[in-house]
Design a protein around this ligand. Structure first.
Ligand code: NAD
Ligand code: ZN
Length: 351
């Protein structure tokens, strides 16, 4: 084991990322864990960092290692680590809570006031080795393949959103069949939804939504979403899961929700949006849940159970597993949306 490692970095401000040889991290704080990363998956956030959009420009301080979704093996531990041991195979929550603020102390670590995000506020996991605090590691069940363990974090977004409401015997509309929307289809079915309608604009993702079990898929570019939903269900849907980040999808989605129903919003609009709050939400008595991250660690436990018992089949969502060296091909797939989840395999790295 040499002292250099390969890492995907944002080396300088601007478009793109690059694979670099960097020093393997050696300095572990008392509660830090050194992980040999074996799988890493690409998130929309990584694509934003690649594209260097406004959000990335305001948040990212190059040079830094990107990436935050991973599965790997514990190879060294800090002096005070008690929760994992060398040889454990783990995945990681990417929101690192302070464990001392009001929210953390009252069981709401996912909305910690002092949250630090892996691969955004500190070096990430697109590297052969990564340093992660023990607090956020999740030892997943051995039945779960590494490829799927590395996507447990976005899978957790789908679970957190869907489990914000009781779906038993209810109908749902999911707007946006990106990787998280696709996983949400399967989770909603497990949660007891009777009918899951999906709205999606991309032809490739429309096919994927059908393959993941959507009962009806509507392309709002071709058909009037609201009319279509009410033609399927006289009362509209009980709940909207907004997973597209499109203002139009939110507005039309809310119109599809039955009076007194619910909406859970995970999608990020990336800017201020204006909607008619009075008529869409207040006067229709809609309850809106804002969803951020995953509940620590209730969501992780559910994710583990659903994968361990094969209640959710992520082979319908993970479309590509590529060698780490082909990371740029993975980003190209993500940018063109010709994929579900793209996983990078670091076991293939030649010494
Ligand atoms: P994604 O961008 O891959 O998927 C969004 C999908 O919505 C795409 O397939 C796109 O074609 C589709 N879409 C765009 N406009 C649409 C419209 N008008 N109607 C229907 N579909 C439309 O994103 P993802 O990785 O699956 O994430 C889903 C959303 O959740 C994104 O907005 C992302 O930023 C957000 N997100 C939020 C959190 C959080 O903690 N709140 C965490 C992760 C992701
Ligand atoms: Zn906190």
């Amino acid at each position: 084991m040499g002292t250099a490692m390969k890492a995907i970095m944002k080396k300088v401000a601007g478009l793109g990322l690059s694979m670099e040889e960097v020093e393997k991290p050696t300095n572990l704080g008392p509660r830090d864990v050194l992980i040999k990363v074996r799988r890493a998956s690409i998130c929309g956030t990584d694509v934003h960092i690649y594209e260097w959009n406004e959000w990335a420009q305001s948040k990212i301080r190059p040079p830094m290692i990107t990436g935050h979704e991973m599965a790997g093996e514990v190879v060294a531990i800090g002096s005070a680590v008690t929760r994992v041991k060398i040889g454990d195979v783990v995945t990681s929550e990417t929101h690192i809570p302070c464990e001392t603020c009001y929210q953390c102390k009252t069981g709401r670590m996912h909305v910690c006031k002092n949250l630090k995000i892996l691969g955004v506020d500190r070096d990430g996991i697109f590297a052969e080795y990564a340093v992660i605090p023990e607090t956020v590691l999740w030892k997943f069940s051995p039945e779960i393949p590494l490829d799927y363990a590395s996507v447990m974090e976005p899978f957790g977004n789908a679970i957190h959103t869907v489990s914000s409401t009781n779906l038993l015997g209810k109908t749902a509309l999911i707007s946006g069949a990106g990787p998280i929307g696709l996983m949400a289809i399967q989770v909603a079915k497990v949660g007891g939804a009777t009918t899951v309608i999906v709205s999606e604009v991309d032809p490739f993702r429309i096919e994927m939504a059908k393959n993941n079990g959507a009962d009806v898929v509507i392309n709002p570019m071709e058909k009037d979403l609201v009319k279509e939903v009410y033609s399927q269900l006289d009362d509209g849907v009980d709940v909207l899961f907004e997973m597209s980040g499109s203002k139009k999808a939110l507005e039309d989605g809310l119109k599809c929700v039955t009076m007194g129903g619910e909406a859970a919003v995970l999608g990020l609009f990336g800017k201020k949006i204006d909607i008619d709050f009075d008529s869409l939400i207040t006067m229709r008595g809609i309850t809106v849940h804002g969803i951020t991250g995953r509940r620590m660690f209730q969501t992780w436990r559910i994710a583990d159970e659903l994968l361990r018992t094969k209640k959710v089949d992520l082979s319908k969502v993970v479309t590509h597993v590529l060698p780490f060296e082909e990371w740029d091909k993975g980003f190209e797939l993500m940018i063109n949306k010709k994929c579900g989840k793209v996983v990078l395999n670091l076991d293939t790295i030649s010494e």
